[in-house]
Design a protein around this ligand. Structure first.
Ligand code: KG4
Ligand code: ZN
Length: 334
């Protein structure tokens, strides 16, 4: 089985090939991030146009690099949602065209399933059941992965996603979009204990998150500060986010008894989060894994892998094939 993966849900154009026998044969990602620095965020129409301009070129590059012909592919797995509709439809149209012309199987994949399975891409020992802390620009969720294709959301953000909070605080600190990596870089020289920013929703033992108050607290704190304080603000903000993530993950561990953790999504690239998770896991005899940095942020390798898993375990496919901007994980088969 040779799976072509296509990812175009937001501002990364990704193509990948995953082989049942040899694993990942190659993957390429074009990030559009430079297009959006001047706007401070993704502009959906520009994102869709850029996918359209680049996607075939990247596909050809990938096939050449992997010494494959498109006819070698047996299955086309593509991100059908959630995401930006214009962006999704570019990937979907390419996927459907290859599938129709070459008579290859087509498998729409939920982007979140890609992130949930991503840690297993490089480590075949990682198998369900496990708890996934999914932290990205669009999502913040604790998911119980009971089995392949069986996911239960135990908690999620009720407002901003945690990557979004990083990006908004980055903007407040005068950093370019996307702020996450830059805030964490700035935090390296800051004191994480100088400001006691709010840790929301820790009283009622809910596994849901809220990050919008934290962003507002940073905004107010900045009124009385100047630039030399920014590293402390960044570090204290980051500390507050990570405290809440770990606190809730701990509750999820207690509630489910699951001792295997994975962390994925763009914010899983954060080294302090990775270190603190690892420390927590070591202290409590748990195991924790994260994808390597290149597979934390959006990529097609995780989509190809999810396609491989769904085919291998004969999971029911999403049968009405059209891109869905909103596609809750709990509705995998609607
Ligand atoms: O998974 P991803 O590439 O796209 C979505 O599906 O959203 O995640 C992107 C998000 C952005 O909000 C970015 O600021 C954040 O991940 N991010 C980070 C770091 N690297 C990326 N946040 C905190 N620390 C980082 N090192
Ligand atoms: Zn993502």
């Amino acid at each position: 089985m040779l799976v072509l993966g296509i990812e175009s849900s937001c501002d990364e154009t990704g193509l990948a090939v995953y082989s049942e026998k040899d694993g990942l044969l190659g993957h390429l990602v074009n990030s559009q991030v430079d297009l959006f620095t001047e706007y401070g965020g993704v502009i959906p129409e520009i994102a869709a146009r850029d996918h359209s301009v680049k996607i075939i070129h990247i596909l050809k590059q990938l096939l050449t690099k992997s010494k494959l012909d498109v006819s070698d592919i047996s299955l086309v797995a593509y991100t059908a949602g959630p995401g930006l509709i214009g962006s999704l439809m570019i990937g979907e149209t390419v996927a459907k065209t290859i599938s129709a012309i070459l008579d290859k199987e087509l498998l729409p994949i939920n982007h979140l399933e890609g992130h949930i399975l991503a840690p297993a891409l490089e480590d075949s020992e990682i198998k369900p059941p496990y708890l996934c802390l999914l932290v990205s620009g669009g999502h913040t969720q604790i998911i119980e992965c009971k089995d392949y294709g069986e996911y239960q959301i135990l908690g999620e953000t009720i407002d901003d996603a945690c990557g979004e909070a990083f990006d908004k605080v980055g903007k407040l600190l005068g950093l370019e979009y996307p702020g996450g990596p830059k805030v964490s870089k700035l935090a390296e020289n800051g004191n994480p204990h100088r400001f006691n920013f709010p840790r929301a929703m820790l009283k009622d033992r809910s596994l849901d998150f809220s990050f919008s108050g934290l962003k507002t607290a940073v905004l107010y704190a900045l009124e009385d500060l100047n630039e030399k304080d920014y590293p402390d603000v960044a570090a204290s903000f980051q500390e507050a986010v990570i405290d809440v993530l770990l606190h809730k993950l701990n509750w999820a561990i207690e509630d489910t008894g699951i001792k295997t953790l994975v962390c994925s999504g763009g914010v899983a690239a954060n080294t302090i989060l990775r270190d603190r998770l690892k420390r927590m896991a070591d202290e409590r005899s748990l195991s924790v894994s994260y994808p390597s940095i290149e597979f934390c942020t959006d990529n097609a390798a995780m989509i190809a892998f999810a396609g491989y898993v769904r085919k291998k375990y004969n999971l029911r496919s999403y049968n009405t094939s059209f891109a869905r901007p909103r596609w809750p994980l709990g509705e995998l088969y609607d």
